[in-house]
Design a protein around this ligand. Structure first.
Ligand code: ADP
Ligand code: MG
Length: 351
């Protein structure tokens, strides 16, 4: 196991700077997930950490050791990619053992290590099969096994689940989480899927356009997003965002209601953010925040999403259980004050 530090990591391709100084300290044994839209620089960061991509500027430290000039094989890391390559002509045993081909271990020691890894991954019975005799999830496990067998100080995963169908993805996510709980190795995991990030991470690193937007635990980034990007990227459906102007008595939403929320800030233009899960139908006697007509009803089982036209804006609210609303119904919505987020529209920063 090892700590990982990225210090002012910068990457330039040709004349284009794609990473603008990434700083991050990962603790020993921590599970850190980089998440962000496609093209934001996640893979580049991971590949520089792995030694697969040259560092333009800045430092990479693994376990306090400066590794900028080390070959990937000398960094004590193992990487699993989205397009994991396992050899079709080799058995599972050989495929996993392939991770040890430069290890210098004796044959019996290699066998022992392969058996150990197979046991951790519940693949003992599959060791003598060929990849064609495995399911997609089992094949992915072989790729993970090949990374594990070397007992690296750090695991790097680059969207390893993105090629799997939804059900398998959920299952493999759980397996990777269990694996981490069992072996405790430091993991840095890259994904564009915020649900994957929220469910796996000890800490999430949210990236956009080559910059880190926020680093925090899943509940920190969900409950206290630092800016409008994070607020809308984390959580589904996305946070409702209502732009307006600060006036006496609250925020006057553009083409919408006056919301009685007070910003501790001089900013003239304020955006009010409320998650669909925090916006509910007002019960009798509850303060009404806004009202409008239902446009779409989406029953999801445990909750029902209501799309409500409030002035010029369509907001999403949630009602528990099966709500018998129909398009056209007039509804009153409420949210508790501490679940309302305010942003300076000009800087997009949380207030
Ligand atoms: P992500 O993994 O977050 O989708 P990448 O790290 O792959 O993003 O890419 C970050 C940016 O760097 C993108 O704009 C991408 O087009 C650019 N990029 C990646 N690899 C290369 C390359 N080999 N040459 C030039 N530009 C690249
Ligand atoms: Mg990528």
């Amino acid at each position: 196991m090892a700590t990982v530090s990225l210090k002012n990591l910068t990457k330039v391709y040709g004349k284009v700077e794609v990473l603008h100084g990434i700083n991050l300290d990962v603790e020993d044994g921590e599970f850190v997930v980089f998440v962000g839209p496609s093209g934001c620089g996640k893979s580049t960061t991971l590949r520089m950490l792995a030694g697969l991509e040259e560092v333009t500027d800045g430092d990479v430290l693994i376990g306090d050791k400066y590794v900028n000039n080390l070959e990937p094989k000398d960094r004590d890391i193992a990487m699993v990619f989205q397009n994991y390559a396992i050899y079709p002509h080799m058995t599972v045993r050989k495929n996993i053992g392939f991770g040890l081909h430069t290890s210098g271990l004796s044959k019996p020691d290699k066998e022992k290590r392969i058996e150990e890894v197979a046991q951790i991954l519940s693949m003992t019975e599959l060791l003598d099969r060929k990849p064609s005799q495995l399911s997609g999830g089992q094949r992915q496990r072989v790729a993970i096994g090949r990374a594990m067998v070397r007992n690296p100080a750090v695991f790097l995963f680059d969207e390893p689940l993105s090629n799997l169908d939804a059900q398998l993805r959920t299952q493999m996510r759980l397996e990777i989480k269990k694996l981490h709980q069992r072996v405790g190795t430091t993991i840095i995991f890259v994904t564009h899927d915020q649900v994957e990030a929220m469910t796996l991470a000890d800490r999430i690193v949210i990236m956009k356009d080559g910059h880190i937007q926020q680093v925090g635990t899943p509940s920190e980034v969900f409950q206290r997003p630092k800016n409008m990007f994070v607020a809308q990227f984390i959580g589904a459906p996305s946070m409702n965002m209502l732009p307006g102007t600060q006036v006496k008595g609250g925020v006057q939403i553009d083409g919408g209601p006056l919301l009685p929320v007070v910003a501790q800030n001089e900013a003239a233009k304020i955006t009010v953010g409320i998650r669909p899960s925090d916006l509910h139908l007002a019960q009798d006697g509850q303060a009404v925040l806004m009202e409008g007509a239902v446009t779409i009803v989406e029953p999801l089982g445990t909750e029902t999403l209501l799309y409500v036209q409030v002035g010029d804006h369509e907001v999403i609210a949630s009602a528990s259980g099966r709500h018998e609303a129909s398009p056209g119904d007039k509804v009153k919505l409420t949210a508790s004050t501490d679940e309302i987020h305010l942003f300076d529209t000009a800087t997009e920063e949380a207030i």
